[in-house]
Structure formats: C-alpha cells, structure tokens
Design a binder for this molecule. Sequence first.
Ligand SMILES: [Zn+2]
Length: 54
Amino acid sequence: MPLYDYKCLKCSRECLPALTMKEHETGAATCPACERTELRHLTTKVIARTSSKS
Ligand SMILES: [Zn+2]
C-alpha cells in the first residue's frame, strides 16, 4: 500500500495520512494536526522500504 506524503498549507506540517488510493485521487486528505483539507501533495517521496522480514 503506497503512502502519500503531504504538506499542510495551513500549518506547514508534513504528514503521511493513511489514505486509500481513492481518497488520494479525490483529494480527501486532511491534515492530522489542524484537520484542514488544504494539503499539498509532495510527489517525490515514495516510501519504498523493503520489508523482507516475512
Ligand atoms: Zn495542518
């Protein structure tokens, strides 16, 4: 499951809301800190952590 990196335009916090792809596509992300929806998507960071422990 991909994680989407956002930066809040209101409080400038970066956050990683746990979004479904649908929520991501519809822009339903909300800042966990101030609960605004004005989040800017940071496109560069893709969490590609290899979880090969299992
Ligand atoms: Zn915020």
